[in-house]
Design a protein around this ligand. Structure first.
Ligand code: NAD
Length: 307
């Protein structure tokens, strides 16, 4: 008996890295998986059917069920076709894991239009397009049955988007947008029984191997903390009925550490019963707003409990 017996899942960007291990774990737990991957370079150039097909073959060799999809997640029609493919080939859709991603890092003053557009397209539009068509599929189903549909979406944000990594204005903006969209769609789809959550993973893949050096390599005597496989158990838990009631949440996963992350909440407050003047806001800034908190950029990786 698998946790996902009889379920149908789409995993985007599942040909390599973290997405590949999500697809393998879902399939080993009984899900029929649509393995989506465009197969381009880490900066999004080119296309290749091989990565998605290899994962499909790997799943089939272990007795699981999977089909490949080679569309770009940033294609509106491609996203619609991906959802339709799950329905046509496997009879429905229960789980959508949005994971596909690329990097085109540059400092803002050097970034060109294509570097901005491509990263926003793949991550932000690429998460929304698939979610939009999955949501409309589930809404129609809910109207037909008159009840909840028990669907799940797990998105892939990043600490870069939540805490603001220099050199990644495009990527961080997209990932912050994904975290925000997770909450919006969780609110919208709650009434039809669909849960929407996001993870912030940290793992050794081609996206991190050049920046992390040997920091992420396995250390003797320890479990392999940065193996992409470490991320998938948390994703599968969020995508399963075990996580009933969990929705609109963002969870970081790094090695053996899991954090529930929440942000953008009021930290301090000043009020007045008349319009602000420059002088009165200056006074409130020093007496209240910034009196007991930093004025500079917040820490990149805050500790639990930090403001
Ligand atoms: N590795 C980390 O530490 C880390 C940290 C934070 C967030 N993430 C996020 O995790 C996700 C997976 O990244 P990874 O580290 O496994 O990288 P990866 O490069 O190993 O895998 C990403 C996969 O997405 C595919 N892809 C790219 N653009 C696509 C498109 N338009 N349509 C379909 N598929 C496409 C690629 O071909 C690739 O196989 C990304 O969203 C990434 O931003 C990773």
């Amino acid at each position: 008996m698998g946790l996902f017996d009889g379920k149908v899942a789409i995993v985007t960007g599942a040909g390599r890295g973290i997405g590949r291990s999500h697809a393998l774990l879902l399939a080993s737990e009984g899900a029929a998986v649509v393995v989506n991957d465009l197969g381009g370079s880490s900066s999004g150039d080119g296309a290749d059917a091989t990565p998605a097909q290899q994962v499909v073959d790997e799943i089939a060799a272990k007795g699981g069920r999977a089909i490949a999809n080679y569309d770009s997640v940033s294609s509106w029609t491609g996203a619609e076709a991906m959802v339709q493919q799950a329905v046509d080939e496997f009879g429905g859709l229960d789980v959508l894991i949005n994971n596909a991603g690329i990097l085109r890092d540059k400092m803002s003053f050097n970034m060109d239009e294509a570097e901005w557009d491509q990263v926003i397209d793949v991550h932000l539009k690429g998460h929304f397009a698939t979610s939009r068509f999955a949501a409309s599929y589930w809404r129609t189903k809910s109207k037909e049955t008159g009840g909840p549909v028990n669907g799940k979406i797990v998105n892939t944000a990043s600490e870069s988007g939540l805490y603001g990594n220099a050199g990644q204005a495009n990527y961080a903006a997209a990932k912050a947008g994904i975290a925000s969209m997770t909450i919006v769609m969780a609110r919208e789809l709650e009434r039809i029984g669909v849960r929407v959550n996001a993870i912030c993973p940290v793992a050794r893949t081609r996206l991190t191997e050049t920046v992390a050096g040997d920091f992420m390599n396995a250390k003797e005597g320890e479990f392999d903390k940065f193996a992409p496989e470490n991320i998938s158990a948390v994703v599968c838990w969020l995508a399963s009925d075990l996580a009933e009631g969990v929705t609109g949440q963002v969870v970081k996963v790094m090695g053996g550490q899991v954090q529930l992350i929440r942000g953008w909440r009021p930290v301090t407050e000043a009020t007045d019963d008349k319009p602000w003047t420059i002088a009165s806001i200056d006074q409130a800034a020093s007496s209240t707003l910034f009196a007991a908190t930093d004025k500079g950029t917040p820490p990149f990786m805050p500790n639990v409990g930090d403001n």
